[in-house]
Design a protein around this ligand. Structure first.
Ligand code: HEC
Length: 506
């Protein structure tokens, strides 16, 4: 065969061959030339992320495929994500969209070495002044997460004025967590980046990538450790909070070696332990940080509670003796953490959002209340008998429920509904009746309430790119102020978080 002819045939031959033998290998970014040319510089040659977020199926579960195509074609306004509609054909864009939803050909490793190497230190431990650089009450600050352009705002909770605003990693996941004195706040991003921020000095201190797909983190009540819950790899990662150096990577597996994603990890202060919810094996893990239980101080050997059913969303009683969990099947169980087994079933039919549950004294009992993700109802459960004492019908499925020790009302949104998403409903904690509906910004999604330290004001998010925080007098339910923000999601009051207010999640 003459060389010119070969050259002419070659591309066609290559296409035929590749479509025969490479349909799976095509999913590998390494040999997708368009990906390498146009995307790798920002999203990483291996799709694990860089300036841009990781482009892996597990990380994209909130982005629908048509939205991915739209993002690639049109880019994202006011971000570094460029538009490729004029550079690439529709066909090329579709195949790139296919690529990013395909699993990697080679499973990436993200173990102790990779984690340690990823750490960046911006300020040496002890190098920053030990007092706030501003006048506002350091315990009545809010950390406001703005998802629209990946920023956080530190808000003065007395004057309701922003003190500073700074960039965060892409897509923060789970609430930020505070050190016991409220000086530091720790963030986790969907792509596994953990950041330590010094609120008093308004400075980022350190960052480390603890996983590739991360759910949340918890900080120990003594402030010494952070524990990170990962979906990928299947690990829990313990960090030293002083400078975020990794202490231990804990593989999450059952007796047979089956590994599991970690749905979430929480600090159980009275027990001096972390409690982890597992997605794929029916166990709950307790990891003690009590020096007495952990003589070498860094073991974090899990105490594994074996259950009959999966528990992947949690609520704790105030003493942390019990964990109330729901499985995706809808059956709830109460596990006594001291005896290490299930002690009661609890009816939780509407897929409760236990991570957002709250508790209060009602008559002579402590009750917990949780919105439901699938039914328009708030379930109120007696925490002694574990019976549902009331189902309060709401305008639709909600997501966040909040209150405060010093306020008579519990606030719930209609976030998980297809309509009425602009409404916040107010429940009287004494009568368990709905007393009022608020529309912070008619037609715009309203969600997530948080109270000031004294419980006098409630702050609600208008969850849109041209959104705002709407501040209410928590007694009269009148609006006192509005502050523009870019898709504000959660707001976290330093005092309510570090004192573990019964009206907010932990
Ligand atoms: C100059 C850097 C850069 C380049 C080049 C780039 N991206 Fe992006 N991309 C980003 C950034 C930054 C974001 C996050 C945008 C935001 O904040 O919403 C992003 C977001 C995305 C998202 C949305 C992810 C999500 O979780 O919502 C997709 C999908 C995406 N990029 C695909 C691509 C593809 C495919 C290419 C190549 C054709 C590419 N990008 C090239 C920087 C880049």
């Amino acid at each position: 065969m003459s060389v010119p002819l070969f050259n002419k045939l070659m591309p066609g031959l290559f296409l035929i061959l590749s479509s025969l033998v490479l349909p799976i290998a095509w999913a590998d970014a390494e040999i997708n030339p368009a990906y390498q040319t146009h995307c790798a510089s920002c999203h990483g040659a291996d799709r694990l992320g860089g300036t841009g977020p990781a482009l892996l199926p597990g990380n994209l579960d909130r982005l629908k495929r048509p939205d991915a195509i739209k993002t690639i074609t049109e880019g994202r306004l006011a971000t570094q994500m460029p538009a490729f509609g004029t550079k690439l054909t529709a066909q090329e864009i579709t195949s790139l969209a296919e690529l990013i939803y395909a699993p990697l050909a080679k499973t990436p490793t993200w173990g102790m070495d990779e984690i340690r190497t990823s750490r960046v230190e911006y300020a040496k431990t002890g190098s920053l002044p030990d007092k706030p650089a501003f006048k506002a009450d350091p315990l009545n600050l809010f950390v406001v997460v703005e998802l629209g352009d990946h920023h956080a705002t530190i808000l003065d909770g007395d004057k309701f004025e922003p003190i500073t605003r700074f960039a965060t990693r892409y897509a923060l996941h789970g609430g930020p967590k505070f050190s016991p004195d409220g000086r530091y706040v720790y963030f986790a991003s969907r792509d596994g980046w953990i950041a330590k921020y010094d609120i008093w000095n308004l400075k980022l201190v350190a960052e480390i990538r603890a996983g590739i797909n991360t759910r949340n983190l918890a900080v120990s009540s003594d402030g010494r450790f952070a524990m990170v819950a990962n979906y990928f790899p299947h690990t829990l990662v313990a960090l030293d909070t002083r400078d975020l150096t990794p202490i231990r990577v804990i593989d999450v597996k059952d007796d047979g070696g089956k590994s599991s994603r970690v749905s979430a990890v929480y600090d159980a202060a009275p027990r001096k332990s972390f409690i982890a919810a597992l997605k794929d094996i029916p166990e709950v893990w307790e990891l003690s940080y009590d020096d007495k239980a952990m003589p070498d101080k860094t073991a974090f050997a899990p105490r594994r509670l074996k259950l009959d059913d999966y528990l992947d969303d949690f609520f704790f009683d105030p003493a942390y003796d019990h964990v109330i969990g729901s499985s995706r099947g809808g059956q709830g169980q109460v596990v006594n953490l001291n005896v290490g087994r299930k002690i009661a079933d609890v009816a939780l039919p509407g897929l409760p959002h236990l991570g957002s549950g709250i508790s209060w004294r009602y008559q002579d009992q402590t009750v917990m209340a949780t919105p439901n993700l699938k039914e328009g109802v708030v379930s109120v459960i007696d925490m002694t008998s574990w019976k549902t004492i009331k189902q309060i019908p709401t305008l639709g499925p909600g997501f966040f429920m909040r209150s405060h020790e010093r306020t008579p009302y519990a606030w719930v949104d209609v976030f998980n509904s297809s309509k009425n998403r602009d409404v916040i409903q107010i429940i009287d904690k004494k009568t368990l009746e709905l007393v009022k509906e608020l529309k912070p910004s008619p037609g715009k999604v309203a969600a997530h309430t948080e109270f000031t330290r004294d419980g006098k004001y409630a702050v609600v998010s208008v969850w849109e790119n041209d959104g705002e925080l709407v501040i209410y007098d928590a007694k009269t339910l009148e609006v006192v102020k509005r502050i523009k923000m870019n898709k504000p999601s959660g707001k976290y009051n330093v005092y309510n978080k570090i004192t573990r207010s019964e009206g907010t999640s932990h």
